[in-house]
Design a protein around this ligand. Sequence first.
Ligand SMILES: [Fe+2]
Length: 376
Amino acid sequence: MTATIGNIQADAKTGGLSFAGKVLHPLWLRERVVETNAFDPISHQRLYEPAELDPSIIVQSAEISADDKLSIKFSDGYAGIFDIVELAREIGLTDNPETIPLPKSWNSNLNFKRFDWNALDDPAEMKALLTAYFENAFCIMDNTPTDRDSLKKHARRFGFLRDTNFGEIFNVETKPSATDLAYTDVALASHTDNPYRWPVPSIQYLHCLANEVQGGLSTLVDGMAVAEALAQENQAWADILETVPVRFRYDGPTGIYEDTAPLIARDYRGFVNHIRFSPRLDFVPALDPDTLTIFYAARRRMHELANDLKFQIQFPFKPGTLLMMNNYRLFHGRTAFNGKQGYRHLQGCYIDHDGPQCLYRLLATGHTETFVQRES
Ligand SMILES: [Fe+2]
């Protein structure tokens, strides 16, 4: 084969290629062949089982053309033409516009922009909103239409609704004989929603239709910042909350839901990606007393930090305000109010994480959001 092609060279040891100093395995290259007999151009799925490829395949020849295309012939007779720009992006040599912005931890000093619902038809503004959402794990929109149940339409702009036993849409309003403290006028301490479900609902929306009361401010705290602070104060506390499996249970009039998991989980990159915190319905196992003493100290400190004003932002709900928040990263709560002052009505719903991610990728690659639709 050609010994040197620009900065792409044969790698004799593996039978693959070396690209900018990174060795690409021959099978890694072979399963990226997108010729029509190997790859479906509509679904972008392989037309064969890559696990059945001959494990001894090597690159026999490789050539670069003037238009940045790399032609490779493989020892099994297949050939492929690769776009070098895409190859460089996949191995991290250049930025990928589809990459979801990384989370940035924040505290009460956070300066955040509120978004006008009426400006979101501009793809650049919608992308700015999504960027803020991925970085901060929430965003606030104003001037949304306030018709009852219009939240379904608003949330569907970002993803598909997650139904639960509380309904596709749930109403947060003071009512007698409430089945949840959310439906009263008492303060709600920082918590995450529904840790007893599997999967836990990902993104929560709260939409204000009416608010005639003082107080009742919404509170948000970044769970990533709390986890960082906890680890700085006492690593053993952070460790125990990431390892002890805690049982969460909802046993109510409409079902019995239960799941078991640590209070803090991380993704493959090490970012905190799932806080479960609802101490009124968690049940730690009967571990040895020394371990439980550490666990209770850690959970107590987590509760204190999650309700510490140094970490908290507060804002009022006005009719038309729409909050979108990541229930896997943020604690949310509410200050008390006097329900006798007037009517207060919020509606809520959930969607999955992948909806806004899909929308971001589409906008980042020049599509319009109208592309987000159901396959019929
Ligand atoms: Fe909640």
